[in-house]
Design a protein around this ligand. Sequence first.
Ligand SMILES: Cc1cc2nc3c(=O)[nH]c(=O)nc-3n(C[C@H](O)[C@H](O)[C@H](O)COP(=O)(O)OP(=O)(O)OC[C@H]3O[C@@H](n4cnc5c(N)ncnc54)[C@H](O)[C@@H]3O)c2cc1C
Length: 1015
Amino acid sequence: MPDPLPPPFSPPYAPDDATIAGRLRHDARLGAEAEARVDRTATRLIEAIRANDDPLGGVEDMLREFALSTKEGLALMVLAEALLRVPDARTADQFIEDKLGQGDFVNHETKSSAFLVNASAWALGVSARVIQPGETPQGTIGRLTKRLGAPAVRAATRQAMRLMGSHFVLGETIEAALARAQSHASRGSRYSFDMLGEGARTADDASRYFESYARAIEAIGKAAGNHPLPDRPGISVKLSALHPRFEAVSHARVMNELVPQLIDLARRAKAYDLNFTVDAEEADRLELSLDVIAAAFADPSLAGWNGFGLAIQAYQKRATAVIDYVDALTRALDRRMMVRLVKGAYWDTELKRAQERGLPDYPVFTRKAMTDLNYVACARKLLALRPRLFPQFATHNALTVATILELSGDPTSFEFQRLHGMGEALYAQLGQDRPEIAHRTYAPVGSHRDLLAYLVRRLLENGANSSFVALAADNRVSITDLLRRPAEIIGHDGNASHAGIPLPVDLYRPQRANSHGIELGERAGLRALTSAIAAARKTAPGTAATSTTEQADAAVAAARQGFRAWNSTPAAQRAAILDKAADLLEQRRAHFLALLQGEGGKTIDDALSEVREAIDFCRYYAALGQKLFGKGETMPGPTGESNVLELHGRGAFVAISPWNFPLAIFLGQVTAALMAGNAVIAKPAEQTPRIAAEAVALLHQAGVPQTALHLVQGDGAVGAALVKHPAIAGVVFTGSTEVARSINRTLAAKDGPIVPLIAETGGINAMIVDATALPEQVADDVVTSAFRSAGQRCSALRLLFVQDDVADRMIEMIAGAARELKIGDPADVSTHIGPVIDAEAKQRLDAHIARMKQQARVHLAGEAPAGTFVAPHIFELSAASELREEVFGPIMCIRDRREEVFGPILHVVRYRAERLGDVLAAIEATGFGLTLGIHSRIDDTIEQVIDRLQVGNIYVNRNMIGAVVGVQPFGGHGLSGTGPKAGGPHYLTRFATEQTITINTAAAGGNAALMAGVE
Ligand SMILES: Cc1cc2nc3c(=O)[nH]c(=O)nc-3n(C[C@H](O)[C@H](O)[C@H](O)COP(=O)(O)OP(=O)(O)OC[C@H]3O[C@@H](n4cnc5c(N)ncnc54)[C@H](O)[C@@H]3O)c2cc1C
């Protein structure tokens, strides 16, 4: 009777390193004799690597020649990443010049005898010699054409890149790869073919990848020969290539659509009895991957086949749990599985993601020795589970290999794996010493364009200081050092995490704690959160009453009264109250999430980011305020006198906030004004009164006196009454430029003191994408920037300029990716786009869409469900000579009001590379300057754009929304706002008055201090 199927995989996502270290160090022990044998084997392998004189050269030789710690190495990496995808000569020339100018390729003396390295170095040197640093592209091209011809330089550099790339892929097509593999077959190598490419962004991409896998399986199968498994070739597939939304929040859809596809491919592999391995990807996709794998693997049509497999990453803290899960699965189904153990390829990405998400800890280890230790522990576990599991140890580390050899016993019941172009010397030596042990080569197949991205990842991974390949390539590192055991390097459990890598929560220490986030890819956490939100929804507050003008006046009067006491409350105490508010927000997160979803129409991701931003504002201003408003600043001056500059509140400050960030912007304004010592009259948007009321209640609960903070609800008329009030000491406003102007005029028209206006207004935010950009990255960033939050962010992308040489492909991918977004109820975790704020907003947007459909080329016209939903739209405008009128006119004029289109509508314009200057001039001419995106690999271009445009927030090669408090202080120039930036170091002082106190300390009887100090 087989065991029951295991429950879905759900162990703790990011447990504490020290606890794991205790277990691993204990398990890692070998006897003294065994350790001595490991030393001997590893030494022999390392000596073989060092003695290697491969006439072609592999990654190791490339690293020896162009280390990533050198300028040449880095320039080469960027060049390799992008050059082959640049279609136009002009951009290619600019790019080549930019990168070759960054390193000293001319005087680079080749150390290697490897052909590949030499040829690359030579081609780069020749190219660099013709390009003199400091020349303008035009000048260079001119000179080149005369001397050598730009096409020749371009060709030489491209050839160098191709040469590098071709060495690390087995073939551009599966047929070519098979032919090359067959020529090695005599050496007894096994292969696993990998079809290169980035993950699918569109449904078309996914079906293309499916077809390419299916065709490859057919071709591999036909050429597979007669040996039984495991001695048969295989294929590795990436789930992210087979589905455009391979993400935890789209779980149901992924299970419905992807599982049948995976079963289909697996059946084809079964027909030829191949090894079929599902690659391991990012940590947040692990649970989802295992659900998909389990569902496919359990399909009865796959019974009786032992080739199905998956990869497990030892750098993940959940690796042993994955082995337990797979073991349980195979026992329940009474099947066998092949399991590839790797260390993991996305380490840097994992760290960044965990930090951005504010997770309690990392899902991966932060010390390499812990990964190595875990690798051995996992290897032991896998070896013990033979023959149900067939272990495949993928590593290029001689010590890891030697340790496994010591643990493994029966040599036919496992295999080693390596990447094509790597570990050749190591496995050649092993093949000589232990011919009975098999090894399989993971062989990438694909076009030159795709392979370079792959190569770059390999170079990056292996160029790291801690990488075994890099250390083994460095003769200065002794073999004794290479043989140091991971357990010894860790020493004790307290050393298990990297001292230089703070936990995500400590990222901003000592200034403040980071706000806590959750990983949506962890089902336990997500489930707990959604149940808490559902429970909170039941207790959501009712409607909030609108204030009258009299009540508004009364609030100002009351605030004036409350001001004195609050202003004289010590800054440390005010800060403590804000810190308390942050803690309360964290405790009552579910309550605010429910409100943000209910009243603000926010998706779970958006709502979570907003609560986190609100928490960050409280803590950031508290930390900053303590410094600024604590002790006064002593100024220099003559003896006998003390001079101190102090900051204080101004009085009753009016804070008027918008509906699009009803918690974060609301609290950001209010807490800044409070921290500076002001009493505050807060007027939220009339669309989101309940969130504001709850936020104010929370601040009062945290300790802000009732007299210091007053809430006034209502529409623009109430706001106008507050602004007009003669007794207010300042206004902080976020909203449209029109309303900001009107506030400014009202303030200016009043007699009495001139008070400050801090206004953050809108923008016509543009992104510029040139031909060196990576389409997949652009698609992700454009979709996020233009459509997330239904485009209702001030920072959202409205106008995309794409270089015409790549525009067709880029626009198609962006539109295809946008088509995959789910529009609907924001309370459903799988929703990507919720409603727009109200019927009026929808009406305005619909009218704009209708007009655009007449005037522009439609690339995407999504369909929205009934209600206040607006689907993503993409319109292409023609870039006529009068760019401003043609392009910016339609975007800014809705119903004859100069107003931004505040919704999920993207406008695209193509530009010719030589017209970039016109594009910049046109953006500048709008007068707005809030956010700007640039996607380019050419540093010169990036600099040119940054120098030219006065824009508040510029984002290079990433999306352009989601500014983080204290990290990307936010706010624009020109028509986009007055500054200072919210969440930045200069914000609080604008809410303050300054006072200098000068005391003549010598007045009573002379300068005693001076006299006492003189000899
Ligand atoms: C056949 C094959 C298939 C592969 N398939 C996959 C796959 O499906 N999914 C995948 O993710 N990778 C895959 N890889 C890539 C693999 O993860 C790396 O090549 C491997 O990690 C390199 O390990 P090593 O033992 O050769 O080198 P080593 O130099 O011993 O180890 C390097 C690895 O250590 C880890 N590391 C580095 N620094 C730290 C640190 N500070 N803290 C914690 N860990 C650290 C990283 O995982 C890094 O890659 C595959 C590799 C091979 C050979």
